[in-house]
Design a protein around this ligand. Structure first.
Ligand SMILES: [Zn+2]
Length: 430
C-alpha cells in the first residue's frame, strides 16, 4: 500500500469538533485509513498549525461558465438568460468548454473544493479536465426543450442519457453522472418524465433546477393546480437519489415531500441574491431532515467558485430568511458544504473518518483574519477564504501542495481561458 500522511494538524470531525490528529491515506484505494498520533506515510504533507477539513463539495455549478464571468451582471434571471447567456452559449465550441472547465477546476482546487456537480454541454471535455486535474465530479449534459422543435428536444434528452451512461465511473471512478434536464419549466413534461425513467434505469440520479424564481413557480401552480415539487414527484423526479438546485420558493407541503422522498436540494445563496431570486428556507429544510448541499451555480451569476464565500452567504442569508440570528449556525453551514453536499451526491466523502474518501483541504490558520482561535468552525463559516487553503487532496492524491497546483499548469490555463473567452464573445457578436 502506497500511503500519504498529513501530519501535525488538527482535524475537523463530522460532529464539528476539532482534535489533534494525523491522517493516513491509502493512495491506491483513495480512502482514509487511520486517524491518530505520529502516523508515518511514504509521502507526507506538513499540516503543522493547520486545520485539516473535508474537501468542499460544490453540488451545483456550470463550470465552463467561468468564461462568462463578468460578461453580464445586474439583471433578473429571465432577462439575463435570454439576452446575455443563451445567445453566447449558442456560439460555444468544445474547446471553449475545455478551457472554461480547466479554469473553474483550477479555481476550485485552489480554494479547497474537491468535488463538483456540473450541468453543461460537451461534458466529455469537462470529463477530460477532471481526469487530468484529479478532482471528483458528477457530470451531466444539460438538456433543454425551450426554443427547439420536438425532435431536437427529444434528441437533447437522449444525449443527456447517453452521456450519463458513457461517462459514469470514468477517471478511475472519480466521475459519476446524472441525467440533467435543465428545469421544470424549460423542458416539456413528456421529456422530464422520460429523463427520470431513463436515469433510474441507468442507475443514476436526475438533477435539475426547480423553484428558483416565482416566475417558475406560478405558471405551474396555475396550469396544474399543484406545487412544482408535487408535480416533479408525479413525473418521477423525486426519488432518494435525485436532487435539484435552488428551492428558493418552497411551501411546507413541498418541504415535507422532499423529506419523505429523500430528494436533495442544493442551496445557491450567492446566485439567489445576485439574481434577486429570493431567500431559500434553509433552516426549515434542515429541521425537516431534507438533504441540503451548497452550490456556487455558474461563475456568471456568483461570480466566483469559492465555496467559503458560499458557506458564509448561506449562514448570513439563512438568518435573514428565518428572521432569526440563530438560524443556519456556523456548524450547519460548514456541514452543508462538506458532508451535506456529499450526501446529496451519494458519495462516501465530506467526512474525515476511516473508510471515507480521502478528499481533504488543509487550511493555513496563520493569518490576521483567522486570529485568535476561539472557535475554528466559526472561522470556517465567517472568516476563512479560499485563499487560506494550503494543500488540497482528492482521492488520496495531492492536487495542491503549499499553494502550488500540481496537476494543472496555472498560467497556461488562465491564458487559454482568457483567449477563448474573447473569441467566444466575438463569435457570438456581443
Ligand atoms: Zn444552475
Amino acid at each position: 500500500m502506497a500511503t500519504l500522511a498529513i501530519r501535525g494538524g488538527r482535524i475537523l470531525r463530522s460532529d464539528m469538533t476539532v482534535t489533534e490528529a494525523d491522517v493516513l491515506v491509502d493512495r491506491e484505494t483513495g480512502d482514509i485509513v487511520e486517524l491518530g498520533a505520529e502516523l508515518a506515510g511514504d509521502d507526507e504533507l506538513d499540516a503543522d498549525g493547520d486545520l485539516v477539513m473535508p474537501g468542499l463539495v460544490n453540488a451545483h455549478t456550470h463550470v465552463a461558465m467561468t468564461l462568462l464571468r463578468g460578461h453580464a451582471d445586474d439583471k433578473s434571471l429571465d432577462a439575463w438568460l435570454r439576452e446575455d447567456i443563451w445567445p453566447v452559449e449558442a456560439a460555444l465550441e468544445p474547446e471553449d468548454i475545455e478551457a472554461g472547465a480547466a479554469l473553474g477546476v483550477l479555481e476550485m482546487i485552489r480554494s479547497g473544493t474537491t468535488t463538483f456537480a456540473d450541468m453543461y454541454f460537451e461534458i466529455d471535455r469537462t470529463a477530460d479536465v477532471v481526469e487530468r486535474a484529479g478532482t471528483r465530479a458528477m457530470l451531466g449534459h444539460g438538456a433543454i426543450s425551450a426554443g427547439k422543435d420536438d425532435a431536437a428536444a427529444r434528441a437533447d434528452i437522449e444525449e443527456s442519457v447517453a452521456m450519463a451512461r458513457q461517462l459514469d465511473g470514468a477517471a478511475d471512478g472519480r466521475i459519476s453522472t446524472a441525467v440533467m434536464p435543465h428545469s421544470l419549466t424549460t423542458v416539456t413534461p413528456e421529456l422530464l418524465e422520460l429523463a427520470a425513467a431513463e436515469a433510474h434505469d441507468a442507475g443514476v440520479p436526475v438533477h435539475y433546477h426547480a423553484n428558483e424564481t416565482l416566475d417558475e413557480v406560478e405558471p405551474i401552480v396555475e396550469e396544474r393546480g399543484q406545487r412544482p415539487v408535487e408535480w416533479a414527484r408525479d413525473l418521477g423526479l423525486c426519488t432518494e437519489s435525485d436532487f435539484f438546485a435552488h428551492g428558493v420558493h418552497l411551501d411546507d407541503r413541498e418541504i415535507d415531500l422532499l423529506a419523505r422522498t429523500g430528494t436533495g436540494v442544493v442551496h445557491c445563496p450567492a446566485s439567489n441574491m445576485k439574481l434577486a431570486s429570493g431567500m431559500a428556507p434553509v433552516q426549515r429544510l434542515l429541521d425537516s431532515g431534507v438533504p441540503v448541499g451548497l452550490g456556487t451555480d455558474g461563475a456568471a451569476s456568483n461570480n466566483d467558485l469559492d465555496l467559503f464565500d458560499e458557506l458564509r452567504d448561506a449562514a448570513m442569508l439563512g438568518k435573514l430568511a428565518a428572521g432569526d440570528a440563530s438560524a443556519v449556525a456556523a456548524p450547519d453551514a460548514v456541514s452543508m458544504a462538506t458532508a451535506g453536499g456529499a450526501d446529496v451526491l451519494g458519495l462516501n466523502a465530506g467526512r474525515i473518518e476511516a473508510g471515507a474518501r480521502a478528499d481533504l483541504a488543509v487550511i493555513d490558520l496563520d493569518a490576521p483574519h483567522l486570529t485568535p482561535e476561539h472557535d475554528l468552525v466559526s472561522h470556517l463559516a465567517y472568516a476563512a477564504r479560499g485563499s487560506d487553503v494550503r494543500h488540497t487532496v482528492c482521492d488520496g492524491e495531492v492536487l495542491m501542495r503549499d499553494r502550488e497546483v500540481l496537476t494543472l499548469d496555472e498560467a497556461a490555463v488562465m491564458e487559454r481561458a482568457a483567449a477563448r473567452a474573447d473569441g467566444l464573445l466575438e463569435r457570438a457578436g456581443v
